[in-house]
Design a protein around this ligand. Structure first.
Ligand code: ZN
Length: 65
């Protein structure tokens, strides 16, 4: 099994998806940037969660689900 075959859970909808199809969201407090929590999400869920004014860095946000 390769990392791409792993199943992860979307942090927004709770459903499973393949690691290779997921967006990874790294979260840390600005007061403590040394501790980071990695979360996974469908790119479409991530896109829906962001306010429309937030620039998207990923070109394929809606390609995978
Ligand atoms: Zn989702």
């Amino acid at each position: 099994m390769t990392p791409e075959d792993l199943n992860v859970s979307c942090c927004f909808c709770g459903q499973g998806l393949l690691y290779k199809d997921a967006a990874e969201v790294s979260v840390c407090l600005t007061s403590n940037i040394e501790e980071v929590q990695g979360l996974y999400a469908h790119t479409s869920c991530f896109d829906k969660a962001l306010h429309e004014s937030v620039p998207r860095l990923l070109d394929n946000l809606t390609n995978a689900e």
